[in-house]
Design a binder for this molecule. Structure first.
Ligand code: NAD
Ligand code: MG
Length: 389
């Protein structure tokens, strides 16, 4: 950023999560160009209060309303505004006083505040992929109408975005999304049937929130990312390929119409795509560890095993069918992962719940926002009843 340029004012939705805390690390290291305007958290009041004292935002939101009094009392010596509850997320997203929204809430809950930020024409640093999976058509249309740049934070999509810089006149032939394969790469159903929560939470390359870690183990994460890529880069399903690349060094690739392929590489560290989104169009200098190719003498690539990891197949079906199907897939998956994390269902049951829910909820070709909300609710209820929750 040019000397004396005003600081970018950042609103972090989901500041206590894996992405949120890493975004704050980036802001802490770049306090000459970035400052915090809004922080939001669902339940972790202690961390939210600590963050508020350090970063001195204008406003904080605690989702869990029973914690409002505690947060308000803790911050009473400051002039930080304190809000609580779901509606407050949209209220603060409507503020004029921030420039960039980091959308780092997990799941469907991120949709409404992100839509508000988009309708205000804010720069959106988008981590919350579920927002695009559920209602990508509506989000992208609103973004164009309001000139709201959506800059991906998801590492694969950040990689593609970076490969596309300078290529505005060159159509994409296809993209190649890389997948680590997760902790159960190469395993078969007879192994997966016995997998427990704690094992599934051990990701080989990335440290992330619980929901996305399970999605990475089931490969649903890559399926959600295919749908996310469709909307971000305006692609047809046949232009999106997934390849297993266990080392997570190539973060994804773009192939152009001359057959040339660009890849973006680096050590797996989410702070990189986060700071790229915050600095764009400039890169921010840092002292993160550098990739040493000699430590990675072989980078490997293989076909995903969609027979075993059927979630990837289901998500590909949802991508092709479109309409409300990705929304239904997402809702069923959210609730099934929730149940798996509480040891209420087995690992392979996640896929069964998603598949049965996709079969049960009626197809809507061009849903309105209201219909997306209805499909989400219907899918959640159906999935919950399947699992007797
Ligand atoms: P996380 O579980 O660590 O954090 C989620 C954040 O959202 C927390 O601050 C929590 O308070 C808030 N939150 C949770 N439920 C909420 C609700 N109902 N209403 C409002 N706020 C709520 O999750 P994460 O790993 O940081 O992931 C956040 C998003 O970023 C997800 O959509 C995920 O897919 C995406 N993402 C994460 C990573 C990663 O490395 N963690 C990488 C790529 C994409
Ligand atoms: Mg990703």
């Amino acid at each position: 950023m040019a000397a004396n340029a005003p600081k970018k004012r950042v609103a972090i939705f989901g500041s206590t999560g894996s992405i949120g805390t890493q975004a704050l690390d980036v802001i802490r290291a770049n306090s000459d160009t970035l400052e915090v305007e809004i922080l939001t958290a669902q339940t972790n009041d202690e961390l939210l209060i600590k963050q508020a004292f350090e970063f001195k935002p204008n406003a904080v939101v605690i989702g869990d309303e029973s914690k409002y009094d505690g947060v308000k009392a803790a911050l009473s010596s400051t002039d930080i505004k304190v809000f609580a509850g779901e509606a407050a997320l949209e209220e603060v997203a409507d503020f004029d006083t921030y420039d960039v929204m980091i959308a780092a809430i997990v799941g469907f809950a991120g949709l409404k505040p992100t839509l508000k930020g988009v309708s205000k024409g804010k720069i959106i640093a988008l981590a919350n992929k579920e927002t695009l999976v559920v209602a990508g058509d509506i989000v992208m249309k609103l973004a164009i109408e309001n000139r709201s740049p959506i800059i991906p934070v998801d590492s694969e999509h950040s990689a593609i975005f970076q490969c596309l810089v300078g290529e505005a006149r060159n159509p994409i032939e296809r993209i190649i999304l890389t997948a680590s394969g997760g902790p159960f790469l190469g395993k078969k159903p007879n192994f997966l049937v016995n997998v427990k929560r704690d094992h599934a939470l051990q990701h080989p390359n990335w440290s992330m929130g619980a929901k996305i870690t399970i999605d990475s183990a089931t490969l649903m994460n890559k399926g959600l990312e295919m749908i996310e890529a469709k909307w971000l880069f305006n692609l047809a399903p046949h232009q999106i390929e997934v390849v297993i690349h266990a080392q997570s060094i190539i973060h994804s690739m773009v192939q152009f119409e001359d057959g040339s392929i660009k890849a973006q590489m680096g050590l797996p560290d989410m702070k990189l795509p986060i700071q790229y989104a915050l600095g764009f169009p400039q890169r921010i200098k840092n002292d993160f560890p550098r990739l040493n190719f000699k430590k990675y003498p072989s980078l490997t690539f293989e076909e995903p095993d969609i027979k075993t990891f059927r979630n990837l197949w289901l998500a590909t079906e949802a991508l092709k069918k479109g309409g409300n199907v990705p929304c239904v897939l997402n809702a069923a998956n959210e609730i099934a992962v929730w149940a798996f994390l509480r040891n209420r269902i087995g690992f392979l049951d996640i896929t069964a719940v998603v598949e049965k829910t996709m079969e049960a909820v009626a197809f809507i070709e061009n849903p309105s926002l209201e219909e997306y909300f209805e499909s989400d609710g219907e899918a959640r209820n159906f999935a919950a009843s399947l699992m007797k929750l």
